[in-house]
Design a protein. Sequence first.
Length: 400
Amino acid sequence: MRKLYLLAAGAMLIATPAFAADDTLTIGMTLSQTGSLNIDSLAQQRGAELWRDEVNDAGGIKVGDKHYKVRFVTYDDQSQGARVQQLYTRLIVQDKAQFLFGPYSSGLCATAAVITEQYGRLMLITGGAEPKTYTLGNKYLVQVLSSADHYLTGAINALKTKSPHAKVAFVYSDDPFSKAVVLAAREQAKAGGLTIVLDEAYAPSTTDFGPIINKIIASSAEALLGGGHYTDGATLARQIYDQKANLKYVSLLVAPDSPEFASLGPAAFGITVPSQWEIQATYKPQFGPTGAEFVKAFEAKFKAPPDYHSATGYAGGALLQHAIEQAGSIDADKVVAALNAMDVTTFFGHFKIATDAAHHGLQIGHEMVLAQWQKKNGQLQREVVWPKAAQTADLLYPLH
């Protein structure tokens, strides 16, 4: 019996997976599982989860002679900055996360960065575009998506081709990301010959845009640029339609890029959105999946199409994996050095960060597109309308 037991025990040892606890990479992050940032945060989370699952199914991340499987530790930040520093401290000190993904939104990322820099942990930011965070001497932050000062550049350039001296209303959420976008867009609009007839910020929790829409109508604006995140942006779009503001052009941040925006029906039609990535993009990746492969895998897993938040979530993981493999190490400084040296293309587009001390980690390689909700075969769908090199349809102008 003893021989049989030893044989059985030996068989069990052979069958045991080669990934022990010390062969696991722990990546920590907070998610907005509740609160106003929930929809965009969920999309980002799903992209990251797809990357993790594909990595683990393929045997893990190869580092020298070892393979590391990926484990996520996540907490709900409730869309509140007050929770973020506490939770990122917990991720590092108690959960021993070796790497971190940022929360969703520029404000929460800036709050998390105070902690991650203090502890020297690399944090890839896939959901924060405000550039100010990268001017504070941080060494362990890496931005995946284009910074906020480029978000409305394409929307302004596209508008100028249709109405070179259009009257523009800026209506935007009073949050760090949206204000950073509009700060740059104001100057771009003025330099481009457009006339600003209204400049109005609103509380992110706003649900009644009636008074602001009355101001838009009174200003005789032809175009509206602004918005913020999903909840406020979708509400603003619906109420603009309901109040018959008769704008010729509307470009809103973030919200129209979600597949859920189509549920607004006719209120969604013609709305444009600056997008970090679109399903139709045909970048030729140097590693990782093609755009078509990513879309197919995402839809198979989540039974819904991805938006750019999902794409950035996945791309952040793919870039971290590539950096670890290039560095041949999981040491944070070596992985940051590998990211500093990268000048690569993924399905998400070009990746290259600033490496000077004054802007370290700022994304300088990625380019954005402008998408518009149009009807095709009776169904609402997004089409790329700018730049012309990436166009899948002509810009619809005017809307009314």
